[in-house]
Ligand binder design. Structure first.
Ligand code: UDP
Length: 333
């Protein structure tokens, strides 16, 4: 067997002779992927977005049509990725990301987290690019430690309704670390906590669009269980800023990025009523199986290493998100 040649140090970025950095974003037509594409273009990157449009929407990228520094390729990232030319950064965001989506698409969710991550890592290795995995707070499952630090190993039911997503992302983290160790490619892992903002799909089943949609139509707000379970919601621009800093910094992660402001789902329902001025009443529905009881990121690591913390308060983030849904969910650049 031939001796393995280390390609470069795990923290290294490839040298570029007088050309802009080139980024590939898988899941680039999705909620977060498309916001990342916008930020990268703002920072002077050339960007290629890849998406099979199963849960992503081309409308999220429509405002970029005709730009010379942007290209979209409709492809499933579980298939071989051939791209000509240099690539400096691979941002792997492709995956269904709502509990309703991964209940309806369990095999695709497992495939994009496993085979898709393998292809995206293979691309990064071939191009000598730096790789970032969009992982998730779901690797902590229904956590027994609170708040969750990166050192916590999690409490996941592999065969429950969320197992396809949680285990795919856990596998993706393991594969990312294996590529870093064996192939010496520079990698980053971000664990993303609940995030919201414009470009979420009204009917993706997640609590933010669900409650806003119900409130705007003055239909009942469906709180699952007794609403005492907690979540901590981060506005999308804060999240993308943190992720950009992680990629450009030297810490490989895993690193939590999220907003530590925790509230119960019932409190959140009341915030939505207040922010929309809705006449909706609150109704209680059965709690889905394995719904995490408590979730709050410990962001001490991101504060220390990235000098990052969220800036957009819930009331302001909700106002922008509600405006988006009021305008019919139309995307502007
Ligand atoms: N939820 C709810 N009503 C809804 C949708 C969701 O009460 O119509 C709850 C859900 O049970 C969970 C929380 O809101 O406790 C967040 O759910 P979401 O699907 O947004 O994502 P999760 O954080 O569970 O991955």
């Amino acid at each position: 067997m031939a001796a393995r040649q280390p390609r470069k140090s795990a923290g290294g970025a490839r040298p570029r002779a007088g050309r802009p950095p080139v980024s590939v974003v898988t899941g680039g037509a999705g909620f977060l992927g498309s916001h990342l594409v916008d930020l990268l273009l703002d920072r002077g990157h050339k960007v290629l977005a890849i998406d099979n449009l199963v849960t992503g929407k081309i409308e999220n990228l429509a405002h970029l049509a005709g730009r010379a520094d942007f290209r979209f390729v409709k492809q499933d990232v579980t298939e071989y990725l051939f791209l000509a030319g240099p690539v400096d950064y691979v941002w792997h965001f492709a995956s269904p990301a709502s509990p309703v989506d991964y209940r309806e698409l369990p095999i695709q969710t497992l495939k994009v987290g496993s085979l898709g991550t393998h292809k995206a890592l293979g691309l990064a290795k071939h191009k000598g690019a730096r790789f970032l995995l969009a992982s998730t707070s779901e690797v902590y499952g229904d956590p027994l430690e609170h708040p969750q630090t990166e050192a916590y190993w999690g409490h996941v039911n592999p065969i429950g309704p969320r197992g396809c997503y949680d285990e795919a992302k856990r596998f993706a983290e393991a594969l990312t670390v294996a590529y870093q160790r064996e192939h010496r490619i520079p990698t980053r892992i971000v664990r993303i906590f609940n995030t919201y903002g414009p470009r979420m799909r009204m009917r993706d089943g997640r609590v933010v669009p669900a409650f806003i949609g119900q409130a705007l139509a003055h239909r009942p707000i469906t709180v699952y269980g007794d609403g005492s379970q907690t979540r901590s919601f981060c506005y999308c621009s804060d999240l993308i800023d943190g992720i950009y800093r992680l990629m450009m910094g030297t810490h490989p992660g895993p690193m939590n990025i999220g907003n530590p402001h925790e509230l119960t789902v019932l409190e959140f329902a009341r915030e939505i009523l207040k922010a929309t001025g809705s006449r909706s009443r609150i109704v209680f529905k059965p709690l889905p199986k394995d719904d995490p009881r408590q979730r709050q990121p410990d962001i001490a690591l991101a504060r220390a290493r990235l000098k990052w913390e969220p800036k957009v308060a819930l009331a302001e983030g909700l106002r922008r998100t509600i405006d988006f849904f009021r305008a019919g969910g139309r995307v502007s650049g």
